[in-house]
Design a protein around this ligand. Structure first.
Ligand code: AHR
Length: 326
């Protein structure tokens, strides 16, 4: 009987340790292991970004990508990153939900000797040596492009100010902070521009719909929708439709949206959205290039911005939209 119990115990221990082995830092196949803390799956943009990373960091290219979806919560990210440290991964990539609150965990990663890449958004830390590089969009430039477009429209403000309905992304995220900053500076610089309201849409279609629908119960007096991502825009358009508010080229409200996903570009070509400001999610290849350089001991820049552009109806064709990857 004693011998039987010992055998059972050995089997249990082997099973437990075999399981741990799967999650260990060094891969059995000699792959370069990357721990990736992704923001969530809040938008079409985010899904495309995840796809780009998964398609790039594959086993056949010598990588093991361990991705954790934080469901838009920083505490989930902190837990995931601490796990990556315990696992002893080769490199950590963080797409931060918000800018603040990273100093401590980045110091822990540095002390563990693991290099870090900040993806998409940025972190606000006192010591820039805590990460290798920051790869993503120039969100302030995006916001400035939108403001410039508004200036170029020469809206008729002789009788009344231009009223802007501002739909904001998740508070504290770089994409929200800088797109908001550009607009707030624009409003401050134009005496005849004003906010009708600033609403929190959390970068999701459902929240965008909900807050705009709620707002429209009491207010309809606005001329422009400045929406900080496509999915919130789709939600707002749905609320406008239900309320009988016309928009786009032949409508009463002009729509500015950020991301320029396939669906938004199609709406733009159809005359329903006036301006699409591109936010390029295809980060995988660019990040891999940086990792290759880093591993080869080459210098890499501290901040790398992806190429992006802006689209109005006249810049678009069916072919351009069909070719788009997201
Ligand atoms: O940080 C990039 C932003 O986050 C994109 O504009 C948005 O769609 C996403 O959720």
């Amino acid at each position: 009987m004693r011998r039987f119990c010992s055998l059972v115990l050995i089997l249990i221990f082997s099973a437990v340790f075999a399981g741990c082995g799967d999650k260990g830092g060094k891969s059995d196949k000699d792959l370069f292991v990357i721990g990736f803390s992704q923001v969530g799956s809040e938008s079409d943009w985010r899904l495309a970004n995840t796809r780009s990373m998964e398609q790039t960091f594959t086993e056949s290219r010598g990588y093991e990508l361990r991705m954790e979806n934080a469901k838009q919560r920083q505490d989930n990210q902190l837990a995931a990153v601490r796990n990556f440290i315990l696992e002893g991964v080769d490199l950590i990539i963080i797409a931060p939900t918000v800018e603040d609150g990273w100093e401590t965990v980045l110091t822990e990663i540095k002390n563990a000797g693991i290099p870090v890449i900040i993806l998409d958004r940025s972190v606000s830390v006192s010591n820039a040596d805590l990460f290798l590089t920051n790869f993503g969009s120039d969100f302030l430039k995006q916001g400035n492009e939108a403001v410039k477009w508004m200036e170029d429209q020469h809206f008729d403000t002789a009788q009344r100010n231009l009223r802007i309905l501002h739909l904001q992304g998740s508070y504290g995220a770089t994409a929200q902070l800088l797109r908001t900053k550009a607009l707030e500076v624009g409003v401050a610089q134009h005496k005849d521009w004003e906010f009708a309201a600033q609403l929190d849409g959390d970068f999701t279609e459902a929240k965008g719909y909900e807050v705009v629908k709620d707002y429209l119960r009491q207010n309809r007096d606005f001329d422009v929708l400045y929406s900080e991502n496509d999915n919130m825009t789709f939600g707002a358009m749905c609320a406008f439709d239900e309320a009988g508010i016309t928009y786009g080229e032949n409508g009463r409200v002009k729509i500015i949206t950020f991301d320029a996903t396939k669906k938004a570009l199609q709406y733009c070509l159809d005359g329903k959205i006036d301006l699409c400001v591109e936010c390029n999610p295809m980060h995988g290849p660019g990040v891999e290039e940086l990792i290759r350089k880093y591993r080869a001991g080459e210098e890499i820049p501290k901040h790398v911005y992806v190429d992006e552009s802006v689209y109005t109806r006249k810049d678009l064709t069916k072919e351009i939209i069909e070719e788009r990857e997201y």
